[in-house]
Design a protein around this ligand. Sequence first.
Ligand SMILES: *Cc1c(COP(=O)(O)O)cnc(C)c1O
Length: 229
Amino acid sequence: MKKAIAPPPPTLAGGPAERLARLADGLRAAAARGGHLPPRVVAVAKTFPAEAVRPFLKAGHRLFGENRVQEAQAKWPALKEEWPEVELHLVGQLQSNKAEAAVALFDAIHSLDRPSLVTALARAVARAGRTPRLFVQVNIGAEPQKGGVAIPELPTLLAQARDAGLPVRGLMCVPPADREPSPYFALLAKLARRHGLEGLSMGMSGDWDIAAALGATHVRVGSALFGAR
Ligand SMILES: *Cc1c(COP(=O)(O)O)cnc(C)c1O
């Protein structure tokens, strides 16, 4: 319901290279306003086919995001053969039975949000011998329908991950759709500081500038780059 009344995020003007440049310029300016370094851009390619992604690779972008393991498995192995230096991040919710596939394909996972997933990821990491960078997703607006660990449960989840040998690099959030996002971004930054975590995955097509000003290290931008879904 809330999503349906929110206006669609704007797509940046121009072709892929120009969109990337406008986004980079805007992020640099916004981050500087807040006294921060500009965040990295995770270009979220969900629902877009490989042909839509290729122009962004040709324009020099190398960091991409997907929200579903199966879609990424279908799209990325071929693209990675062509561009081996691609870095792929999972930004969507992860089912425990897909943990092994996710660990095999992704360089970072932004959606660690529950103890059972810590267990599944620890097992998958041990088996695969590779460890994606991990962000814990926080349900920052305490929305019942949304993924993410509840704020009071965050310390326990971080301790569980640490005990399982999984280093958590940062926190991720998706603020409530119909609210001004800055208090939620500021709260996520505060939680990250409190736990000594450097990574802050926050900001999407409609609010990447606000997130950058508040210290995001990664913005996850889909429709502003690829167009409306
Ligand atoms: C789709 C998605 C994004 C990108 O959303 P846009 O509004 O298209 O930029 C970012 N984060 C997550 C978790 C997503 O699922």
